[in-house]
Ligand binder design. Structure first.
Ligand code: HEC
Ligand code: HEC
Length: 235
């Protein structure tokens, strides 16, 4: 065997190994089980553990606040809004993001690195929804239409407005719950569900609906306005 052939064979070996490192990494990252448990890069992980995981869950799932390890969610919200929330928290809500700006917990570079790390680890192959995530871009809602949508798609799990719900779904018309969540939080819950807890997103399945179908952007706005109206009726 000539030396030239050996060199080429070795080079091919290196190329194959390098391609495998890349492709094999990609393959495992698209496995649904891996996507959920994938860890953030080290620096981002430390920041996440110190500032976010208590509420959003270790590895971005199963916290009290919504799942962040959700590729379609991250794609729909987008890098700019994620940077904004990580910097400032959710206005009018109970998400502090990386902490009060006055304490300058994270500088803009750290925030950007963190968000890019999150998109890398948890956002692979995410597909943005065809309807807007942001309440600011959503159509205005109508409470009485929302009441009908709620009765058809939500009530089987969350109970009639004001009812005590013994199941794990809990009441979403409890005024105390509604005081703790913004309209954006409600819209996000309906759009993306809480997949790790059995809450379906906008495309269902909604088990007791006569015909299973996706909710429209308008219907989601209607339900949000309806949920709000139930709280004000009780106060
Ligand atoms: C198949 C049952 C089911 C249906 C149908 C359903 N949900 Fe849920 N929902 C759940 C479960 C389970 C949870 C998670 C409760 C928990 O563990 O926190 C949940 C959570 C929620 C939350 C709280 C999310 C959060 O993180 O604060 C909201 C808001 C909500 N649902 C609204 C709705 C609305 C509005 C509809 C109808 C469009 C709906 N749900 C339909 C089962 C359901
Ligand atoms: C003290 C608990 C807490 C901490 C800590 C926290 N969050 Fe939140 N987060 C929440 C709550 C509660 C909401 C829902 C706010 C609302 O809309 O009412 C939320 C909402 C969000 C949302 C928007 C969800 C939506 O509605 O689509 C993002 C993104 C987010 N948090 C990211 C982060 C990141 C990143 C960190 C860490 C830098 C963090 N959060 C730290 C509690 C927390």
């Amino acid at each position: 065997m000539s030396a030239a052939f050996k060199n080429i064979a070795a080079l091919v070996g290196v190329i194959v190994a390098a391609a495998c490192l890349q492709a094999c990494g990609k393959i495992s990252a698209t496995d649904p089980a891996d996507t959920v448990v994938a860890s953030l890069p080290q620096a981002a992980m430390t920041n996440y553990a110190e500032n976010c995981s208590a509420c959003h869950g270790a590895n971005g799932v199963n916290g009290a606040a919504r799942q962040l390890a959700d590729a379609n969610y991250l794609a729909s919200v987008g890098r700019e809004a994620l940077i904004n929330i990580t910097t400032n928290g959710v206005p009018g809500g109970f998400c502090p993001g990386s902490g009060p700006a006055s304490l300058a917990h994270w500088n803009p570079k750290q925030v950007a690195e963190f968000v890019d790390g999150m998109l890398d680890a948890w956002g692979k192959n995410g597909v943005a929804l065809s309807i807007p995530w942001s309440v600011k871009l959503a159509p205005a809602g109508n409470a009485s239409n929302g009441q009908a949508v709620y009765a058809a798609t939500c009530q089987s799990c969350h109970g009639a407005p004001g009812a005590t719900v013994a199941s794990a779904s809990g009441s979403v018309t409890d005024p105390n719950y509604l005081r703790l969540i913004t309209d954006q939080g409600l819209r996000s819950a309906i759009l993306f569900g809480r997949p790790e807890r059995g809450m379906p997103g906008w495309s269902g399945p909604f088990p007791h609906q006569a015909v299973d179908r996706k909710l429209s952007s308008q219907e989601i706005s209607d339900v949000v306005v309806f949920l709000r109206s139930t709280a004000s009726q009780k106060q």
